[in-house]
Design a protein around this ligand. Structure first.
Ligand code: GLA
Length: 375
């Protein structure tokens, strides 16, 4: 059943607006959005849709197709004091951040796999932000909407995420990655044409569920902020590798490693753009590998399942592979020859079974469009 029918069945009348927003894969540029770095994500074809109508009172009713269509009721007064539990907080957070002052009926249908590190939460936030922007004629730019969605997640849900996921969900373009400069939020679309070279990006969901609110993410972020403080600079973006190495003694071992990841990853993103534009996919693969090594050894956000997915993909002939997203679980990506997809997936499945790990899931997606109003 489509979202319009779902809404109409649940609430007994028709929605006024329907919008969708995708999840994402980050090609490269991990854990540096909050250090004002460059990132290069692309939107995937899995989306979250929402249908909304304005109510004449101050009640908020929300329903998710993934939660057995149970109605969660609240009102604007509760939202102002940041109430709500689990997933409903993402919905309330967007209403709060956008300062919507009207009751609403909302139906959500989220098809971005949950807990897979593919940004299902940003997809939810951005579909709502897009729909509400349209419904109330707010005419906010994608960058403003990204900031509002991030604010919902930071200050309402309580997850200290950066701005990458919301930006790509709102600004993705089919066939392109988004080079986002997290210092000034300027963007450039970079063509990603794997298919023309018979390549594809395999997404391997380890099924290890991570929660950004668990503390590991916040700690990494704090280390980066601490290093910036020690160097008296706004963020790692202003730190060069030469400077970092020259002043290593000012930092603890952990701080040095965290900073080395941040500074080296920013450089890898710019190199990745160059090699993508030059269609040098072998070099791109190498950059993915170096990114993974750095995330595993310096940033310490990988886990045995992610490492096994990466090494097995490489053994099977992948040009490069790495973990994506916040880490501690979630997904890895592998750049592979199209013809190897079956054999590599099987090898990973077997390797996981051999270690007694939960069976992984596999996805693939071409770079897809960002959020839109459907009707
Ligand atoms: C999560 C956060 C992003 C980003 C990544 C790591 O997805 O939401 O802001 O920090 O982790 O690159």
């Amino acid at each position: 059943m489509d979202i319009k029918e779902l809404f109409t069945r649940s609430f007994g009348y028709r929605p006024e607006v329907i919008a969708s927003a995708p999840g994402r894969v980050n090609l490269i540029g991990e854990h540096i959005d909050y250090s004002q770095g460059y990132v290069l994500p692309f939107a995937i074809d899995a989306v979250t849709k929402c249908a909304i109508a304005v109510r004449s009172d101050r009640r908020i009713r929300i329903i998710s197709a993934q939660k057995e269509n149970e109605i969660i009721e609240s009102n604007l007064g509760n939202i102002a004091v940041k109430q709500g539990s689990a997933w409903s907080k993402y919905v309330y957070g967007v209403i709060w951040a956008m300062e919507i002052d009207s009751g609403l009926d909302i139906h959500v249908d989220g098809r971005v796999p949950l807990g897979a590190g593919l940004s299902s939460s940003a997809a939810l936030e951005c579909s709502l932000a897009t729909a509400l922007d349209h419904l109330f004629h707010l005419e906010r730019s994608p960058v403003e909407l990204a900031r509002l969605a991030q604010r919902a997640e930071n200050d309402y849900v309580g997850v200290p995420c950066g701005i990458m996921d919301q930006s790509i969900s709102l600004m993705g373009r089919a066939g392109y990655g988004l080079l986002l400069d997290c210092q000034d939020l300027s963007t450039r679309h970079v063509k990603i044409d794997f298919a023309a070279q018979n390549l594809k990006l395999l997404i391997i969901d380890t099924q290890v569920h991570h929660a950004l609110s668990d503390g590991g993410y916040a700690k990494r972020r704090q280390s980066c902020e601490q290093v910036a403080k020690i160097f008296s600079i706004p963020s790692l973006r202003q730190l060069s590798m030469v400077n970092l190495l020259a002043h290593k003694s000012k930092l603890s071992d952990i701080e040095f490693k965290r900073a080395r990841h941040g500074v080296s990853e920013m450089a890898r993103v710019l190199e990745a753009v160059e090699v993508l534009e030059g269609k040098d996919f072998g070099a791109l693969g190498q950059l993915l590998n170096r990114s993974h090594d750095s995330l595993r050894d310096d940033y310490e956000v990988s886990c045995p399942e992610l490492d096994l997915a990466v090494t097995t993909a490489l053994k099977g002939g992948a040009l490069g592979a790495r973990m994506v997203g916040g880490g501690f679980g979630g997904s890895a990506i592998a750049l592979i020859n199209e013809g190897d997809a079956g054999a590599i997936s099987l090898a990973i499945e077997r390797a996981f079974a051999g270690k007694g790990f939960k069976a992984p899931r596999f996805f693939d997606s071409l770079p897809s469009d960002g959020a839109k109003v459907i009707s």
